[in-house]
Design a protein around this ligand. Structure first.
Ligand SMILES: Nc1nc2c(c(=O)[nH]1)N[C@H]1C(S)=C(S)[C@@H](COP(=O)(O)OP(=O)(O)OC[C@H]3O[C@@H](n4cnc5c(=O)[nH]c(N)nc54)[C@H](O)[C@@H]3O)O[C@H]1N2
Ligand SMILES: Nc1nc2c(c(=O)[nH]1)N[C@H]1C(S)=C(S)[C@@H](COP(=O)(O)OP(=O)(O)OC[C@H]3O[C@@H](n4cnc5c(=O)[nH]c(N)nc54)[C@H](O)[C@@H]3O)O[C@H]1N2
Ligand code: SF4
Ligand SMILES: [Mo]
Length: 835
């Protein structure tokens, strides 16, 4: 068995993974030698082996939904692009790329668009993610430099997490913090988030501030450090909706701590004043001297595995390349290096503007690579309309069917994780190899190869004649070092001459920040967020991530183990708001804004502020009907960074009591009528939908089964009906429907698809959706690593397991990745209080 050392393709922690394949089964474990994780993995990383199947993959190029061969696809794409450039100029073409591309792919895309097509219309999903941090760092340091490392967390006295739910979104780093705190009880943790999240579990202080008010808190802290008084603590407390005592405690802790690190992510960046907030954070570190030494600094955690690599190649529309800008010297230098006379001279369109320009017909061709904008951009109906009207949409994807690829004229099949080969850079500037250990499936090709082939079709043969990603990497490294006598900290001169073997064997490499001579304190005027609630839309909608899903679910949404924790879009609502809007826990609700509607299940939560609701960003048209939060979100952006304010939108919420609710299990799903709402729930060995509608569905399902000639078993009791369909002794479909939602014996039903029950009483129980014997339902899965459910846990706690450690010893829960520990703690506390 050969083992391959590679890197996790999910979050920006950038964990090292050891992968192996035995009898076609992919196994992964943490790489003990990788400095990002020293062997740890979170639940998403641990489940990577379960995502490498080929189900749903795009394996051949497609034109207008027809499979074609590569030469045809490349010819037609090249020809159409050439035509558009000839008629409308290079500005009519745009690329929309992703922090999930490898550095080599990213470099190739940037070089083609800016260097040779000759417009800077290449932007990326990182615009929605960390462009405010880039702006903040550039304003403060003159260059986009993240001046921290993970081991600062072990060497500090105070960790401030702002707008970050790291327990769920950067789990391995969070576990490092948990350990650091256990090893050093003097280490304090402050969490700043309007919601009480799993991250608050280890917080010594949680500041549940008013949404969008962070700049007030940090400007006040700067005043406190500098002995000024324009934002005194009482003013801050009022601006942020906090108690004076809490504000003062935070200020005292920050000032008294010899060392402090501030970790910040989307609660800061995704704001109309996100770049100012980043500077407000950087300012307090500069002013207090908690900077440029161990255990100190303003640390923006990147979300995607290669958001940093994208920043290094210059993949944003307002960067040029390799930390160079659209300035005369840089332009001349990059043109010289690339040997081009066509280099774009001015910044291009940023994501939201780019889709507006498509809608206006100014951009006539868009090539989308490794991102799903029909789901992830704000105001997604407008995005979909723009794509529908765009004369040429090209999509490079690993999956065949996504919300975005539905608009594609041309689809290029890209290699996915495990198949592709290149480098990524994590949050702490560490470059790691992602290595292939699986063969290329079907006709799928590396993203860089696709880009280079199109470049050649456009006539740029010499500049794109790479044979291997190592050549691209070395070219990228050479550009970073080109005429660089110290003006740019980003300089990979040590890596320019790597041979293929050396590149292949490259150990994780962290580039040095250098002295960072520029240190500017940028004046910040705190602003409120731009959402204006009114009588019609009285609530603020916040959105973000859940523990076990990745973005638009194109990979994690198909893994049953990752669908167990939270299987439907839910909306967290405070008890007061639930009462105010007549919402019951567990009931469905319609959320709406002037742009669109979303349906989600109500979760009354003590961690939610009044006046605010939270819902996951993940669901989309592949996994639910009307489950997409960006249908509602406004497209207001930060004027400096262009980053949308994804965290705050004014909405309203209303309960929805559907006429019928049901559960459908089937080997193959029937076509559903448009009036039905559905939620797709990945389950082992069978398709599963939860359904809700105002009209009964049983007739539709019945007709489907009859048409197939299956034998039917039907039961009807009052307002409940159930149906089983059999074919040659195999269970083909099970459907349970009622006015109210009924609890079904999920495990038993799923097993019946594998082994049909033979005893009559078992078949009766199955028709009833209930378990025939003593078999216990484990309940909602809390620990995804070991599949431990809420019912099992409650029973164990009632039986005497009075701590997380005791639960772990008995059931193993919480002993692998640790990300369920906050929930385990919560359950122990809850059960013990009730007792
Ligand atoms: N499980 C999982 N992990 C992921 C991802 C994933 O999809 N799934 N995606 C990765 C990516 S690309 C990213 S960018 C990161 C994002 O990582 P995070 O930024 O940690 O994740 P989010 O859930 O988007 O938002 C974080 C928190 O910001 C809070 N917030 C909202 N408004 C405000 C505010 O005004 N002020 C403050 N202080 N906080 C606010 C929200 O309540 C939320 O708890 O996660 C990465 N990791
Ligand atoms: N309301 C709201 N909206 C948000 C956010 C939020 O917090 N709230 N967060 C924003 C943030 S921070 C981010 S990062 C974005 C993320 O949003 P997206 O980038 O749209 O989300 P993904 O699902 O990661 O999309 C990646 C796509 O690339 C495909 N893919 C995977 N690997 C490869 C590959 O190797 N090559 C190619 N060509 N394709 C590949 C996947 O199948 C998937 O379709 O969402 C943003 N949108
Ligand atoms: S923390 Fe989890 S998702 Fe992030 S890189 Fe590590 S294993 Fe992957
Ligand atoms: Mo992100």
């Amino acid at each position: 068995m050969t083992e391959t050392r590679t890197t996790c393709p999910y979050c920006g922690v950038g964990c090292g993974v050891v992968a192996s394949v035995t009898n076609g089964e992919v196994r992964v474990r943490g790489d003990e030698t990788h400095p990002a994780n020293y062997g740890r993995l979170c639940v998403k990383g641990s489940a990577l082996g379960e995502t490498t199947g080929l189900e749903g993959r795009l394996l051949r190029p497609m034109i207008d939904d027809v499979e074609v061969d590569w030469s045809q696809a490349l010819d037609i794409a090249g020809e159409r692009l050439r035509e558009i450039i000839a008629t409308d100029g290079p500005q009519a073409v745009a690329f929309y790329a992703s922090g999930q591309l490898l550095t080599e792919d990213y470099y190739a895309a940037n070089k083609l668009m800016k260097g040779f097509i000759g417009a800077a219309n290449i932007d990326t999903n990182s615009r929605l993610c960390m462009s405010s941090a880039v702006t903040g760092y550039k304003r403060a340091f003159g260059e986009d430099i993240v001046p921290c490392s993970y081991d600062d967390i072990e060497k500090t006295d105070l960790v401030v997490l702002v707008g970050s739910n790291a327990a769920w979104t950067h789990p391995v780093l969070y576990q490092r913090l948990v350990q650091a705190r256990a090893a050093n009880p003097a280490l304090k943790v402050v969490v700043i988030d309007p919601r009480q999240t799993a991250t608050c579990d280890i917080a010594d202080l949680h500041l549940a501030l008013l949404p969008g008010s962070d700049a007030g808190l940090f400007v006040g802290l700067l005043n406190h450090i500098q002995g000024e008084n324009s934002w005194p603590a009482p003013r801050v407390a009022e601006f942020c909706g906090l108690t004076l005592a809490d504000v003062e405690t935070f200020y005292r802790w920050f000032s008294d701590a010899p060392r402090a690190v501030t970790l910040f992510t989307m609660g800061i960046n995704q704001s109309t004043s996100g770049s100012d907030k980043c500077n407000a954070i950087i300012n307090v570190h500069l002013a207090s001297g908690k900077f440029a030494r161990e255990g100190c600094g303003p640390f923006s955690l990147t979300g995607q595995p290669n958001a940093m690599g994208g920043r290094e190649v210059g993949g944003l529309a307002n960067q040029l390349a390799a930390h160079m800008n659209f300035e005369p010297d840089d332009l001349a230098r990059v043109a010289r290096f690339w040997g081009t006379e066509r280099l774009a001279q001015t910044p291009g369109l940023m994501a939201v503007e780019l889709f507006d320009a498509i809608a206006r017909g100014e951009v006539k061709a868009v090539w989308i690579m490794g991102t799903n904008p029909a789901v992830s951009l704000p105001d997604s109906h407008a995005v979909c309309q723009a794509l529908a009207a765009c004369p040429l949409v090209i999509v490079s994807e690993v999956m065949r069917d996504t919300d975005t690829s539905r608009f594609a004229h041309i689809r290029f099949p890209a290699l996915g994780w495990g198949e592709k080969n290149g480098t990524v850079t994590n949050s702490e500037r560490r470059i790691s190899r992602q290595r292939a250990f699986l063969p290329a499936p079907g006709e799928a090709k590396p993203d860089w190869w696709i880009i280079a082939e199109i470049a050649k079709k456009l006539g740029y043969v010499a500049a794109f004649n790479w044979q291997h990603p190592q050549e691209i990497f070395c070219e990228h490294a050479a550009l970073s070092a080109f005429e660089n006598t110290g003006a740019r900290a980003f300089n990979l001169r040590d890596l320019v001459t790597l041979t293929r073997q050396q590149w292949d064997d490259l150990e994780p490499y962290q580039w040095a920040t250098g002295e960072m001579p520029v240190r500017r304190i940028i004046p910040v005027e705190p602003e409120h967020h731009g959402a204006v609630p009114d009588a019609l839309y009285p609530l603020i909608l916040n959105s973000g991530r859940i523990r076990d899903q990745w973005h638009t679910m194109t990979r994690t949404g198909y893994v049953p183990r990752l669908m167990q924790h939270i299987a439907e879009p839910q909306v967290d609502v405070s008890a007061a708001d639930a009462a105010r809007f007549a919402l019951q826990d567990g009931q469905l609700a319609r959320l709406s804004s002037p742009r669109g509607v979303m349906v989600a299940r109500v979760n009354v939560s003590a961690g939610q502020r009044d006046g605010e609701v939270f819902t996951p960003m993940h669901w989309n048209n592949r996994f639910a009907r009307q489950g997409k939060v960006n249908a509602l979100v406004e497209r207001r952006c930060d004027p400096h960074s262009g980053q949308p304010e994804s965290k705050q939108t004014a909405i309203r919420i209303m309960p929805w009591q559907p006429g019928w609710q049901g559960e459908l299990y089937a080997r193959e799903l029937p076509e559903l009528p448009a009036f039905a709402h559905w939620w797709c729930k990945a389950t082992v060995g069978v398709e599963r939908l939860t359904l809700a509608s105002d009209k009964a569905l049983s007739e539709v399902i019945l007709a489907h089964c009859s048409a197939k000639g299956w034998q039917l078993q039907i039961a009807q009791t009052g307002e409940r009906s159930s149906m089983l369909a059999w074919h040659n002794g195999d269970l083909m479909l099970g459907f349970w429907e009622g006015k109210a939602r009924s609890a079904l014996a999920h495990d038993f039903i799923v097993s019946a698809f594998q082994t049909p029950p033979s005893a009559l009483f078992e078949r009766h129980a199955l028709l009833d959706g209930q378990s025939p014997g003593e078999r216990k339902d484990p309940g909602r899965i809390i620990c995804s690593c070991f599949g431990v459910g809420e019912n099992t846990l409650r029973e164990a706690i009632a039986g005497g397991c009075d701590s997380v450690a005791a639960l772990g010893a008995k059931l193993r829960c919480g002993t692998n990745c640790g990300s369920c520990v906050p929930e385990l703690k919560g359950l122990v506390a809850e059960v013990n209080t009730v007792v």
